[in-house]
Design a binder for this molecule. Structure first.
Ligand SMILES: Cc1cc2nc3c(=O)[nH]c(=O)nc-3n(C[C@H](O)[C@H](O)[C@H](O)COP(=O)(O)OP(=O)(O)OC[C@H]3O[C@@H](n4cnc5c(N)ncnc54)[C@H](O)[C@@H]3O)c2cc1C
Length: 462
């Protein structure tokens, strides 16, 4: 047993420090459960003080650590070399308070996102953050990646939903700002630095989340388009028509839709195959019947105006679930070949149609590629690609990365809209952030973690 592990066991107790075979039984990602974790030890803190102790001991021993949340990230952020000590947040899983007047929820960082959604719902409130991995992702992971998802259009990214953060620095200091207040311009907003820093600046142990009153109505419709310009016109038309109630605007490109509603999928198609784009819209409001009629009227006008080719409204709760299950069943795309490569990029909405067309054609021409599947949060200027390939060889991987990422510099887009940089996107960061920005990021990293022990090698190298 190494000195650092001996010290951790001495201070925390053996039940909070897994070693040997117990480490191997774990994994570094939910999609690699069979692979066995390589790490010196896995620590299981049950309090902020435990986290502080772990960080302090690891600093004293110059020991790198990686924080594990729900292990759903898509950028290699929780990959290990075998030399790290893991800090797994799973036992810090309590909802400490729901304040119905302030509309806040105070949580430990290991609470699963879906549990937070359910607890808010019980009080007739809503925590709007929502995405496919909600059953596994922890709120600490969501905060550390500034997760986006399906309702950013109306409620913003995680950053907009966090009022307070408590985090532990690598030297063990606890930086706590667990305020329920919305307005606080008393100097620098330090919590924002931890949000989206992918576990490289501090370990988030608790947070105060912002809730909103639960909507009383939810309506959705699927529409089909053949023309990108018309799709964009519809986006403006529906947003204006719903006057603030539009909460989701997801676009699924034809190749993706035909798999997500094809023979190997769990869902049948609400609109037939054959159109170029499928759009799923959602409105949240105050009156189910009135809001449904309103959306229906706007959809009818869209068809009459010749903007959309076809459309169908969700009539029942089960239709709503059916429609959204199609969008959330991304896994079926990743099952269409041997190896999957994921993308999550931003570009201005006006440019997105031609950008996707170009990238789709170029990728599909490459030998070893089965298909490129685009879909995503178009109203946020953000789409995802899953590219299915025969093999994981580097030259093909790099060629695909170049085709997807290189055009983004000229478009003033981003190589990471929501998933972060982690390990996999590090070498592409300079395509969308200036040298001066990256230099300042490194200065920040050194100020927070001078020895570079927190999630080393991820996001930026120092
Ligand atoms: C099917 C699927 C769908 C997804 N859809 C979306 C989507 O629509 N939008 C989106 O934004 N993301 C999406 N993701 C990505 C992923 O779910 C998010 O990035 C999520 O926020 C990660 O949370 P996690 O708890 O799993 O974190 P992990 O994967 O465990 O960790 C992610 C990073 O955060 C760090 N970290 C974790 N917890 C803490 C903590 N308490 N303190 C400090 N650092 C910490 C880790 O070290 C790591 O760097 C999806 C993933 C999957 C598998």
């Amino acid at each position: 047993m190494s000195d650092v592990v001996v010290k951790l066991v001495e201070k925390l107790g053996a039940e909070k420090v897994l070693q040997g075979a117990d480490v191997k039984e774990r994994h570094y990602h939910i999609w690699h459960m069979g692979e066995g974790l390589h790490a010196k030890a896995v620590t299981l803190p049950t309090s902020t003080e435990d986290v502080s102790t772990i960080c302090r001991i690891c600093t004293e021993h110059n020991q790198p650590i990686i924080v594990f949340g729900g292990l759903t990230n898509l950028v290699g952020s929780t990959e290990t070399t075998g030399e790290e000590v893991i800090v797994s947040m799973e036992r810090l899983n309590k909802i400490q308070e729901i304040d119905e007047v302030s509309r806040t929820m105070t949580v430990e960082s290991g609470v699963i996102l879906q549990h937070i959604q359910e607890a808010a719902k019980e009080k007739d409130l809503l925590f709007p953050l929502n995405f496919g991995a909600k059953g596994s992702a922890q709120i600490g992971g969501c905060i550390s990646t500034n997760a986006g998802g399906l309702r950013v259009l109306k409620f913003g990214m995680t950053r907009a939903l966090v009022l307070g953060v408590e985090a532990v620095l690598m030297d063990g200091r606890i930086i706590s700002s667990m305020k329920k207040i919305i307005k606080d311009n008393s100097a620098y907003d330090l919590k924002q630095l931890f949000i989206g820093s992918e576990g490289t600046l501090g370990v988030i142990t608790r947070a105060v989340l912002k809730l909103v009153e639960a909507p009383k109505s939810r309506n959705s419709a699927f529409l089909a388009f053949n023309d990108y310009e018309k799709l964009v016109s519809f986006m403006k038309f529906i947003d204006r028509g719903l006057a603030g109630a539009l909460s989701g605007f997801e676009v699924i490109w034809r190749a993706s839709y035909e798999v997500m509603t094809g023979p190997s999928a769990h869902n049948r198609p609400p609109i037939p195959h054959g159109y170029k784009y499928y759009v799923l819209v959602e409105s949240l409001g105050a009156d189910q019947e009135v809001d449904k009629l309103n959306l229906q009227g706007l959809i009818e006008q869209t068809i009459l105006n010749g903007l959309a080719e076809d459309a169908v409204m969700a009539d029942t709760e089960s239709d709503l679930n059916w429609f959204w299950n199609i969008r959330e069943d991304v896994k079926v795309l990743a099952e269409q070949g041997n190896v999957d490569q994921h993308f999550d990029v931003s570009a201005p909405i006006n440019e997105m149609g031609s950008y996707v067309d170009q990238v789709e054609v170029q990728i599909n021409e490459l030998e070893g590629v089965h298909a490129a599947y685009p879909f995503g949060h178009l109203a946020d200027g953000n789409i995802h690609f899953i590219v299915m390939k025969d093999h994981a060889e580097e030259p093909l991987k790099n060629r695909i990365n170049d085709l997807v990422y290189n055009p983004l510099t000229e478009l003033n887009g981003s190589v990471s809209a929501e998933h972060g940089i982690g390990l996999h996107k590090k070498k592409y960061l300079a395509l969308c952030r200036s040298a001066e920005e990256i230099a300042l990021m490194k200065t920040l990293k050194i100020a927070f973690d001078p020895a570079g022990l927190l999630n080393p090698g991820k996001v930026v190298d120092v």
